[in-house]
Design a binder for this molecule. Sequence first.
Ligand code: ARG
Length: 552
Amino acid sequence: MNLEALLTARLAPAFAQVAQATVDPAVRRSRHADFQSGAALPLAGPLGRPPRDIAARVLAAADLAGIATAEISGPGFLNLRLTDEVIAAGVNDLAADARLGVPRTMRPERIVVDYSSPNIAKELTVGHLRSTVIGDAIARLLEWLGHDVVRANHLGDWGTAFGMLIEHLGGGDADEITDLTAFYQAARARFDADEDFRTRSRLRVVALQGGDEDTLRQWRHFVAASQRYLLAAYHRLRVTLAPQDFTGESFYNDKLEPVVAELAGKGLLRESEGALCAFPPGFTGRGGDPLPLIVRKSDGGFGYAATDLAALRYRTGELGATRLLYVVGAPQRTHFAMVYAVAAAAGWLPAGVRAEHVGFGSILGTDGKMFRTRSGDSVKLAAVLDEAVTRAAALAPSAEVARAVGIGAVKYADLSGDRMSDYVFDWDRMLALTGNTGPYLQYAYARTRGILRKAQAAPGPIRITAPAERALAVELLGFAQVVTGLTESLELHRLAGYLHGLAQTFSAFFEACPVLKAPAGVRESRLGLCELTGRTLRQGLDLLGIETPERL
Ligand code: ARG
């Protein structure tokens, strides 16, 4: 049962009667009561009455019997306090529901979530963390809500770098490369220093894109080695990307010519300095000149934008997706806005089909600058995860739990702030057992499990007998609203914030209300609250991609 909906249903007719018009009662959670309605305030002007007077008339007309008591506060707010019976009935419904009151969507969509998407020649760095972690949480969330989610790992697996890498490998075995970054850097150094190597590398790219079998074989070997490496990293992070989700840039190779042909046929391309470009209206560069989206480069090759256009056309056209999400850092905002504009002009984003750039800010070091090693290099993801697990060992009873806590702490730190903001990568803060952290939530979950293990009784029906039980129950009833509210906003930090608030409310309940020593009846009811809290924390953390060990 959704309490906002229940209160709204009771207040709306009263507002309509008083205002002689349809009014949204605007029922919200409130610190001053369980819920509050501020809808009387904006009616003062149109009705020519003081808002407190309007609120009083609404109260007189509203049928809240058995559901809530109400009083007028401040300039004309309605403070609504639910009856204990409604609260108890509500949480008992949740306890009986495997989905904790969260409905599956009535309008399932096919949604492509493009995330992680590293350029595969190099090792993963902390720079890949945000897209990978945020994208995976979004995919988990939308899937749980009943959408048909297509994960897309749009790997950079087809760039000019491969000419250089294949030449550097010189017929050797890609499996033997242990340090991808060092290999890449060595190839790069040769490319920069050696004219002859440069020429051979360029010819390799031509051979690769031209379909030369020997070159392709070496390239495939390279890609396979990178994929094995990536899958291991995803597994360690508990990221759900699987081999079938790896649709890299190379996947669109044979779809690039048709894209150019279609765009040209629709009059959307112009030649500019030898390149074929689209100039979507409204995009201008520094001097005010129209900004080009380069579809075919002057050397005849295709670049990043062409591949994105082909991918978009494939996703809406072939896959039939109606929502496309691109979880990519904020600096690529303009690139995607231009791709969407060109795609819309080409008819690949018909009415009802949406493409959204799900941007995010940067990770900063404790000095407030971009997070880098002391020598100024990008920080390797593996090194970060190793350190997280090492540090978490102090909090955990076993190596397996240390892994779940360390990795969970890193992921939670990334997900718990507004994703558009930058955040500071701070070990002490993310691993703290207090505050809005992964370990704090995992600890709260483990605590609920500990109580249930120790109990001699099974959880029973929930009754409200104390204020702290009531507060916890009201908090539990808010889960569905928070989760469904994420469908459009994709603001995962709101779920994190909710779970943190729930853990705090649980902690206050646990302080105030003995569970195991409570009299029979009350004990089973409190065990019921513990169990429901644990299930809610577990489900919420699972949506964020964070594990919940049973003991901590
Ligand atoms: N490989 C790109 C990069 O490292 C990110 C790709 C994002 N997805 C996309 N469809 N363009 O910057």
